[in-house]
Write a protein that binds this ligand. Sequence first.
Ligand code: SPV
Ligand code: MG
Length: 284
Amino acid sequence: MRKSRKLRLLIESPAVTTVMGASSGLAAILAEEAGFDAVWSSSFEVSAFRGLPDASLLTMTDYLRSAVEVDRACGLPVVADCDTGFGNSLNIAHMIHEYEAAGIAAVCIEDKIFPKVNSFSSRGQVLEDVAEFAHRIAVAKAAQRDPDLVVIARTEALIAGCDVNEALRRATAYAEAGADAILVHSKSSVPDEVQEFLGKWSGIRPVVVVPTTYYDWPVGEMQKAGVAMSIYANQGLRATVSAVRRTLSTIREDGSSAAVENEVASVREIFELQRLDEWLSLSR
Ligand code: SPV
Ligand code: MG
């Protein structure tokens, strides 16, 4: 079964589809091992691992390459963060052709203007005109050949300081333009505004959330509120930074790695994640 079909079935099931950020093949393997349903190829993570800010510096090709690496490394469907779609509606049609041909199950585009900056940046966010963005969604849907490819329209209305009614107005326009799902992003420390959105939502399309700041919201509660998919966008990146920082400073201070040996993964564990034995069995 194609991964796009797999993802569609997951979204249509009553349980919340849990999606973990992964921006390397190894991160994807760990997300699969932990039991997540899908992986999120995050612009924030991909940029950060390149030592760059999430500020539209990388190209579509950079992001596609990372999404493909993640896709090949695991059996999970990939939900690709495609920022604002890398340009206008022409770029979006091209993006759909490229991502679909590469086997990516879902793409997500957001209603901000290019160049964009990460949603949690203190720099003000500028929203795209709602009719223009709805047109881009319609173009994306017309461009797909695989009927199962999932096109997620993400509204940044709440991120930009607008109210829930504006988020609903935008989400409705995008759903009517053909979006398969709506991502409503929020930077509130509690899920109140997302819950208000869900309470007023017509339900014509499944709703995706990214509980980065309102993290104290278990999936069981999300399900009751009507969430279809939850994306844990950057916890892997943040865990990596904390663990690597701690390990490096200990080695530097102690002048040896003795104190960290019991904390860090063994070389054998890495071999297992790489499936080294399986690869070696290919040789004569
Ligand atoms: C990402 O992970 O790149 C996202 C989610 O788009 S956020 O960082 O919250 O904007
Ligand atoms: Mg992003």
